[in-house]
Design a protein around this ligand. Structure first.
Ligand code: NAD
Ligand code: AKB
Length: 312
């Protein structure tokens, strides 16, 4: 069997840094090339500097490393994107087109492109949001993800390019810090808890959002990418669920381990973004097609987060 050479774009981010190491374990460290805007430190395999807006530079790296799969993780997330919508749109779309075009022109095997629960807006069902639902997002980030999912589907149908995608909920992990999203509070809160500091939450106490532990997100991503192509019925992006909780519920879960933990609430502009997103999503298509099943619930995640952050 031909050895895969995998290039990650945006490998220095919250998910990319963890996914890079997981892919190196599966495919061999020398066959996973991590790239980002700035030099990446503490790498166990090759890394390069790449601005994904530069399609020629991306193609050079694909040739240099004989790449046959790209994981495209670079994006401007929901909260940062609202500060400069045209800049965010340009980065999210131009980088995607550069990845899709080099993959098409050089006949790469597979492309991974994460989407988000940000594709949904207030018109979508708030609870158990279906796979096929009206998509009227209210952030430039969500608009770019709806467009991106449709371009993924277009490249699959028109050119036969094997693009695969998951609509991640908010991802929570101890290994890395989040990069400008609306769900970031659910990572930050654990860092305050292990330092015994009170936490001020930028969302209201009762704001329920879909979330997923990093270990599940990484396993799900690799399982999707390894699934036989003929099992995949969704070529836009699969809904992926793990758990749902509010800020007051995650604080209560932390209090089971850190009884004195204190939280206060000061909602800002991110509240409106969160209010436009579902509280929970239906991932039965992912479960049916390629066997998706999350392992962590809120309390299991809290124990694991606090264990790892306390030992740092
Ligand atoms: P992040 O912001 O932590 O990391 C993104 C990385 O992309 C950063 O390291 C950044 O330097 C890099 N980047 C930005 N512009 C670039 C460019 N022009 N060229 C090359 N690299 C560039 O994001 P993340 O949380 O790791 O998310 C990864 C992907 O997963 C994104 O597409 C995001 O939309 C998606 N996603 C993430 C979450 C989550 O909760 N983290 C949820 C849903 C979807
Ligand atoms: C964000 O909050 O922007 C991301 C996401 C859910 O896409 N974490």
């Amino acid at each position: 069997m031909k050895q895969d050479n995998i290039l990650l774009v945006g490998a220095g981010g919250q998910i990319g840094s963890v996914l890079t190491e997981a892919l190196r374990t599966v495919h061999g460290a020398d066959h996973v090339i991590a790239t980002d805007l700035r030099p990446l430190e503490n790498q166990s395999g090759p890394s390069e500097v790449l601005d994904a807006l530069n399609g020629a530079a991306l193609e050079e790296l694909v040739k240099k490393w004989r790449v046959n799969q790209i994981y495209h993780l670079a994006a401007i997330l929901s909260a940062t994107g609202e500060k400069d919508p045209m800049w965010a749109w340009n980065i999210n779309m131009t980088s995607l087109f550069n990845v899709l075009e080099v993959a098409r022109q050089r006949s790469l095997n597979k492309v991974y492109y994460p989407s988000s629960i940000a594709v949904f807006g207030r018109e979508a069902a708030h609870l158990n949001t279906p796979q096929y639902e009206v998509l009227i997002p209210e952030t430039v980030y969500g608009i770019s993800k709806v467009a991106g999912e449709n371009w993924a589907n277009y490249y699959y149908r028109r050119y036969g390019l094997d693009v695969r995608s998951l609509r991640y909920p908010g991802i929570i992990g101890y290994q890395s810090l989040p990069g400008g999203g609306t769900t970031d509070y659910a990572v930050d809160i654990y860092h305050y808890a292990v330092r015994n500091q009170p936490f001020e939450c930028f969302l209201r106490a009762d704001t329920a959002l879909p979330m997923l532990y990093m270990a599940d997100a990484i396993r799900g991503t690799i399982e999707l990418m390894e699934a036989p192509a003929n099992r995949l019925s969704v070529r836009t992006s699969y809904n992926l669920a793990g758990m749902t909780f509010t800020p007051e519920e995650i604080a209560a879960s932390i209090r089971k381990e850190v009884p004195d933990f204190k939280i206060s609430y000061k909602p800002d502009f991110r509240q409106a973004i969160a209010d436009s997103w579902p509280a929970s999503i239906d991932d039965s298509a992912a479960r049916h097609d390629w066997g998706w099943k999350p392992e962590y619930d809120l309390d299991a995640m809290t124990r694991d987060m606090l264990l790892h952050l306390s030992s740092d």
